[in-house]
Design a protein around this ligand. Structure first.
Ligand code: NAP
Ligand code: ZN
Ligand code: ZN
Length: 393
């Protein structure tokens, strides 16, 4: 979910030193001040695929990563999911992309080296890295296992790392990350289909819990049946919810009900169906990646219901307040999850056999995959088979 916060507008507000607009600038200064280039600071040769400009087209890219530090885990990347955030970032749709931009934050791999102080992992372990690779460890949010809300959060790509260099993501041959930000992939989860849990999974799991939407029998709406949406259906069902999918694509109805286990399906463009469901939902998880109307969704909520915004369109949405006021309804948002909760989500997924439905693709298919993702032509997540298909240029 790299830079997903940048669309929130909070970066410019000056509230407690939010990092979004300032960190890159500070980082750039730090790079300029360094007598050594990033390649010298980072001696380990690496390669992957990066976007070079706002066309978003990815191509082979050589770069370097740091030496495995005392608290670091190095791992060979096996699989990396393609999140819609990668697409937003590749094309600079949020206005914060630094090129070359090497995306990927649904990363699963096998440990190849651990630093001398690493306690949680050993060579050969199957591990994952999601959207975050660094935080301050000192703020209230960090102290409460909410690193994802740390003002000094370092995203897995397109962010400025502690050493002043730009972070590069998982569309690459290997990663080096502080062990605090490395997750254990539970045995039994297939590594390719588990990769999307590192972003899509935790992004939907966390708000269900935080907003009190996990009681069995809770009525949950899931808007947008894409990468996030389809795992939202699975997690909500595993928690015992009654799940209604709200989608623009009537073609997804059969799968949603028969295969994903949704209880009901509403085509959002169908006014009769929308009217019939008004006032029936305790919570709605909105994963739509594009600008869309909120009024019909707020109408689906019960009194005091909650609409949780997860999708990050490139432009602001219109928020009608009357239905909020007269129904004491809440519109809120949520950003991935902390590391502890991400591990909890993975363990919950293993226990309930939850994985993403994926289409595994080769690295050189990535631009076609991006085009298809932009059109909603994926059931329901692309995952790149990095280990077998990424070739050094
Ligand atoms: P995705 O796989 O492309 O799914 C998005 C779904 O939204 C589509 O499948 C489609 O579902 C629906 N949709 C697309 N365009 C629409 C439109 N114009 N009107 C109504 N519905 C539309 O994307 P994703 O990977 O799940 O990511 C979804 C969004 O969440 C992105 O904006 C991404 O950046 C953001 N995100 C946020 C976080 C966070 O922490 N908050 C984390 C990860 C991703 P139907 O065909 O069913 O209508
Ligand atoms: Zn993501
Ligand atoms: Zn912090």
């Amino acid at each position: 979910m790299t830079d997903e916060r940048k669309m929130t507008g909070e970066s410019e507000s000056g509230d407690g030193g939010r990092r979004d607009s300032r960190e890159p600038i500070r980082g750039v200064h730090r790079i300029r001040k360094m007598s050594k280039s990033a390649e010298e600071v980072h001696p380990k040769k690496a390669f992957g695929w990066a976007a070079r400009d706002t066309s978003g087209v990815l191509s082979p890219f050589k770069f370097s990563r740091r030496e495995t530090g005392e608290e670091d885990v190095a791992f060979k990347v096996l699989y990396c999911g393609i999140c819609h955030s990668d697409l937003h970032a590749n094309k600079n749709e949020w206005g914060s992309s630094m090129y070359p931009l090497l995306p990927g934050h649904e990363i699963v791999g096998e440990v190849t080296e651990v630093g001398s102080n690493v306690t949680k992992f050993k060579v050969g372990d199957k591990v994952g890295v999601g959207c975050v690779v660094g935080s301050c460890h000192a703020c209230d949010n960090c102290r409460n296992d909410l690193e994802n809300y740390c003002p000094k959060l370092i995203f897995t790509y397109n962010s400025i790392d502690h050493d002043g260099t730009v972070t590069y993501g998982g569309y690459s041959n290997f990663m080096v990350a502080n062990e605090h930000f490395v997750l254990r992939i539970p045995e039994g989860l297939p590594l390719d289909a588990a990769a999307p849990l590192l972003c899509a999974g935790i992004t939907v799991f966390s708000p269900l819990k935080f907003n009190g939407l996990t009681e069995p029998g809770t009525s949950i709406g899931v808007v947008g049946l894409g990468g996030l949406g389809h795992v939202a259906v699975k997690f909500a069902k595993a928690m015992g919810a009654k799940v209604t999918v709200i989608s623009t694509s009537s073609a997804k109805e059969k799968e949603a009900i028969e295969y994903l286990g949704a209880d009901a399906f509403i085509v959002s463009k169908n006014p009769q169906q929308m009217r019939a469901a008004m006032g029936t939902m305790d919570g709605i998880i909105d994963t739509v990646s594009a600008v869309h109307a909120l009024l019909p969704l707020i109408g689906l909520l019960k009194f005091h219901g909650k609409l949780v915004m997860l999708g990050i369109p490139d432009k602001p949405l219109e928020l009608p307040v009357s239905p909020l006021i007269f129904g004491r309804k809440i519109v809120t948002g949520s950003c991935i999850g902390g590391l502890k909760e991400t591990q909890e989500m993975l363990d919950f997924a293993a226990k309930h056999n939850i994985t993403a439905d994926i289409e595994v693709v080769s690295m050189d298919y990535v631009n076609t995959a991006m085009e298809r993702l932009a059109k909603g032509d994926v059931r329901y997540r692309f995952v790149i088979d990095v280990a077998n298909t990424l070739k050094e240029a």
